[in-house]
Ligand binder design. Structure first.
Ligand SMILES: [Zn+2]
Ligand SMILES: [Zn+2]
Length: 329
């Protein structure tokens, strides 16, 4: 093996170990979900990897799907189709980049963020706001970029974890600020469904964070419909499900649903450290999961909670999962 092939081999080993860990976790988890990433780059824009190298890593990480979202159009499409990868795009617009999925042609932005989002909506695309506070460690967005998101019609999709420039762990300080931004928007009554994507610019980091999507089949149309409805959790380790009465993630809960309490199921075959319930921007409850691989509980939701509730599970090695919010009416 060439000396410089070795780092990629190490990343293969990490991805293989994570895939095995998740396979073991799945045996303890009652729900079917598909595991995948909505954001990555190749040599068709500023990534260093080829489509074939991306596809190889997707296979090693045992992901069910991977979108390749190059910056400058969709020239990657024919090769992606050959390798079973899905195609998106990520052009820049005013203040933000735009993650665009499910659109069969290249989108040319008007460089007006709100107008571009409205146009993508009109075109029937599934779009998301990538790295909403900037990307680690080189770019911190101005507060203006935070502020404009308040003007988006809800619900919309936003990356709460972005793995750009990371190789092994996706979570970093821009993701900590994205989480603050997310809770701020949710507290104001906006519906913001979260995604966790690698934004891989090298095949090395494919699989370091992913989304568990509750769709009935692993077809692009079904997966996109599920994330538009908020039926997914993001994770770099644990599996997570939460319901409030009949309302699942991404749904509106009624007063009757609240009576039933919040039901939480978290799984990690490597052991769970803690389960946190966040409501209206605050930590509402925290449970010590005592390194157990399976944790399940029903908890009462206090009457004072008004806007939303969501759950975070942290594994014994600090890897984590965020549920999408359940919105309160
Ligand atoms: Zn970007
Ligand atoms: Zn990107």
């Amino acid at each position: 093996m060439k000396r410089w092939a070795y780092p990629l081999r190490m990343c293969h080993l990490v991805a293989e170990a994570m895939a095995a860990r998740i396979e073991r976790s799945k045996k303890l988890f009652r729900w079917k979900f598909f595991r995948g990433d909505f954001h990555s780059h190749t040599q068709h824009s500023d990534g260093i990897g080829t489509i074939a190298e991306t596809a190889e890593m997707v296979k090693i990480a045992k992901l069910d799907f991977q979108f390749v979202t190059d910056h400058w159009g969709i020239t990657q499409a024919p090769e992606c189709r050959k390798h079973g990868l899905w195609v998106g795009q990520e052009p820049g617009t005013q203040l933000h980049h735009l993650g665009i999925l499910g659109l069969r042609r290249a989108y040319a932005p008007q460089m007006d963020f709100l107008a571009d989002c409205a146009e993508l909506q009109r075109l029937g695309a599934t779009w998301f706001v990538p790295h909403p506070t900037g990307w680690w460690p080189t770019r911190i967005y101005p507060k203006e970029a935070w502020k404009i998101l308040e003007k988006l019609p809800s619900p919309f999709l936003m990356e709460v974890c972005n793995g750009a420039s990371n190789v092994i762990n996706a979570f970093d300080f821009t993701d900590a600020s994205a989480r603050i931004l997310w809770d701020g928007l949710l507290r104001k009554g906006r519906k913001v469904h979260a995604l966790g994507n690698t934004d891989a610019h090298a095949p090395h980091s494919i699989g370091i964070v992913w989304n568990g999507v509750f769709a009935s089949r692993c077809a692009e149309r079904d997966v996109l419909a599920a994330i538009r409805a908020g039926r997914s959790f993001l994770s770099d380790g644990p599996l997570l499900q939460t319901t409030l009465g009949r309302a699942g993630m991404g749904m509106d809960a009624s007063a009757a649903d609240r009576q039933n309490g919040l039901r939480i199921t978290a799984v990690d075959s490597e052991g769970l450290r803690s389960i946190r319930v966040i409501a209206d921007g605050r930590l509402l409850m925290e449970f010590d999961a005592r390194n157990r691989p399976f944790w399940e509980r029903r908890v009462a939701l206090p009457r004072r909670v008004r806007a939303y509730v969501r759950v975070e599970a942290t594994a014994s090695d600090a890897r984590r999962a965020y549920s999408n919010p359940i919105y309160l009416r």
